[in-house]
Design a protein around this ligand. Structure first.
Ligand code: RUQ
Ligand code: CUA
Length: 664
């Protein structure tokens, strides 16, 4: 199976030069770039002022660490949701209440690289409740609540390095998964402190199954399967006939640890790993497996106290497939597979080899037959490898160059993105013949059909998320806007409708009908249910209190004043906490809070909510504070002063709002 390394290098240079050629071609703006748009495209994406889009589109922010939300078909940006990265606009990661969300076993981490949004599902169909997204760098999974469009919980993944193969869900969101991109040595300090060249003996992978509690969205790791050392890339759940199984693509079966570009591209085939998660669940219930000491954080935003809570977990249940039978199987897959996608029926599993010139389509029924007959081609590090010929339905021949990802329309067709040949190819699941292709501008990565990885896609559009923008938009210096493109797939032929820019580098994205999300919207928080320890449920409850050198201010805001807005008796050396409660009980009336010199961001406080800004004054004098969100005609009047005196002064602590009736 090994090819001489020279051939591989040549093949790679071939691909690389194709890519270079392709990139040079972009320099001279292809005429087709504009000719590809039909006359009525504008009407198809026009959402008239005041009208709503038909779909929500949740798009990864890539190395921004966030997730953004667009309306489809207009491509209008609706929101950028802070997830793994601090967000000064909302105070996420800056307010005392949100800081625990970004806590990990490595301490406070203000950034990550987020790739794959995945909507929660009921019976294999997106239900509009949550959207998960992975953090690659410091392995984490986040759950965004679609009632508030806020990050509700984040769980860290132990024994994982580069959480790329994540956070795909089982059909009823019993679990979301995490597969480690990098294999690593695990265990005690001595077991982890090993030479890199001992990869083969000492490096292992893991795939973890994370359980989100249905009511709260709190997440913890149910079990973790230990695997041979390799790189895990992407994954998708089985459904329908294959319900109870999970499929992960893996590359670097060469087990290279240096210059992977060449060394991990030698074998003709790597693997798709089939995991029997129902079996794993059963083993876990029976107490099989080993509890291994680890440290990981599970952070959860409590909407009653309006504060995040961190729980530190100390062990994880590991299942070893060499001891526990029928847990995992490898299926050979050409060549450095990336995307791993399952069709709506659950019968077909599509592997996309980045360096392959064909797309293998595995048949779940054949996989089961091969397992039953023990139709194997030896093993890989003790795990059975099923015979390629026995498990495939067939191959899509000469579809394009550099297949990455596949989504489905629910009408018998698959849509695969081709990075190198920069196109989307539509092919028939029945005949495995390509039936249509459209160019993308340029070098598409992921693509998204609403519900396109579920049991019943809404096959109206496919959206391309492109890696290279070049000449599509007005130039903005060395870094150009990231680019998405919307195509109609209503008819036989795909039709380009719209380009729209995205924030950060888009990877995966998911979309669903707005009607599934809209009825869940939280318009404001009930002030009477606010259990924040420093809440002031009315202006009468505002106060100021000194605890040593800490000063706590119970503050309220309502159009258009703060109570209190005059504070005196603060001394140099004090640490001041402003606990600001927004008393409004109306939709869309946040207030902001900012104070000069705060080594921090603003607070943006939603109606009925309490948030806390920490401020350490650095100089004697009177410092202004104000509301940052234009909340009324008298927003500019929404301000106050804090007097700071020398450390030795004995000015009494005083907080008031003068000439305002404080009897709210
Ligand atoms: S991966 S293309 Cu995470 Cu395909 Cu982005
Ligand atoms: Cu409150 Cu402006």
């Amino acid at each position: 199976m090994k090819r001489p390394i020279l051939t591989t290098a040549v093949a790679l240079t071939g691909a690389a030069s194709l890519f270079v050629l392709f990139n040079t071609m972009q320099g001279c703006r292809p005429k087709t770039a504009q000719a590809a748009v039909q006359g009525d495209a504008a009407a198809k994406v026009y959402v008239k002022p005041g009208a709503y889009d038909e779909f929500y589109n949740f798009v990864s922010g890539g190395f921004s660490g966030q997730m953004s939300v667009y309306g489809i078909p207009s491509g209008r940006l609706l929101r950028n949701i802070p997830v793994f990265s601090e967000d000064p606009q909302s105070g996420y990661g800056y307010s005392e209440e949100t800081k625990p969300m970004l806590m990990t076993s490595h301490g406070y981490i203000p950034w990550d690289d987020s790739h794959h949004p995945e909507l929660s599902q009921t019976d294999g169909v997106p239900d509009g409740k949550w959207c998960f997204i992975n953090g690659n760098n410091t392995p984490r999974i986040a759950l965004v609540d679609l009632g508030t469009f806020r990050t509700r919980s984040i769980v860290e993944i132990p024994n994982c390095a580069g959480n790329h193969s994540s956070p795909f869900t089982t059909p009823n969101s019993e679990y979301v998964v995490s597969g480690t991109r990098f294999s690593i040595p695990m265990g005690t300090d001595a077991e982890r402190d090993v030479p890199i060249e001992s990869y083969r003996e000492n490096f292992k992978g893991t795939v973890s199954f994370i359980h989100p509690e249905p009511e709260t969205g709190k997440m913890s790791i149910a079990f973790q399967i230990i695997t041979p050392g390799m790189n895990f890339d992407l994954a998708h759940t089985g459904k329908g006939v294959s319900d109870g199984w999970f499929f992960f693509s893996c590359y670097n079966s060469e087990q290279a640890y240096s210059l992977l570009e060449v060394n991990a591209s030698q074998r003709d085939k790597d693997f798709v790993m089939a995991v029997n998660w129902k079996k794993a669940e059963q083993y876990a219930k029976e107490g099989k497996g080993r509890k291994v000491p680890v440290e990981y954080y599970s952070n959860w935003y409590n909407e009653a106290t309006h504060s995040a809570e961190s729980t530190v977990m100390n062990e994880v249940l590991q299942l070893d497939p060499r001891e526990l039978k029928d847990l995992i199987y490898f299926m050979p897959c050409p060549k450095s597979p990336h995307g791993c996608d399952v069709d709506p029926s659950g019968q077909y599993i599509v592997g996309s080899g980045k360096l392959a010139a064909l797309i293998p389509v595995f048949d779940f029924n054949k996989i089961q037959a091969a397992i039953a007959k023990n139709d194997v081609d030896g093993d890989f590090a003790g795990i059975p490898v099923l015979k390629y010929e026995s498990v495939i339905k067939g191959e899509v021949k000469k579809p394009g160059l550099g297949p990455l990802h596949t989504e489905f329309d629910g009408k018998g067709f698959a849509y695969t993105s081709f990075f190198v040949s920069s196109e989307i190819v539509k092919w028939s699941l029945e005949t495995l013949e390509p039936v249509d292709r459209v160019p993308t501008y340029y070098s598409i990565g992921h693509l998204c059909v609403p519900g396109g990885d579920s049991k019943s896609p809404w096959g109206k559009y496919v959206i391309a998320y492109n890696k290279i923008t070049k000449d599509r938009y007005l130039p903005t210096g060395p870094e150009l806007a990231q680019s998405a493109q919307l195509f109609s797939i209503d008819g036989e032929k795909m039709e380009l409708l719209l380009d729209f820019p995205t924030i950060g580098e888009p990877h995966y994205a998911q979309a669903l009908p707005a009607e599934l999300v809209k009825p869940r919207e939280v318009k404001f928080f009930d002030i009477n249910k606010n259990e924040h320890p420093f809440v002031a449920r009315g202006e009468k409850e505002t106060k100021i209190e000194r605890r040593g050198n800490e000063v706590h201010v119970w503050m309220t805001c309502i159009r258009s004043h703060f109570t209190p807005d005059n504070i005196e008796g603060i001394k140099l050396g004090d640490v001041v906490y402003f606990h600001v409660t927004n008393l409004e009980q109306d939709w869309d009336v946040p207030h902001g809070f900012a104070i000069k010199g705060a080594a921090n961001a603003e607070l943006l406080i939603m109606p009925g909510e309490t948030q806390t800004l920490k401020w350490i004054p650095k100089e004697v004098g009177v410092t202004p504070m104000y509301c940052t969100d234009f909340c009324s005609a008298l927003h500019q009047e929404m301000q106050g002063y804090v007097r700071v005196s020398p450390a030795s002064s004995n000015i009494p602590l005083k907080a008031e709002t003068r000439s305002v009736d404080a009897g709210a």
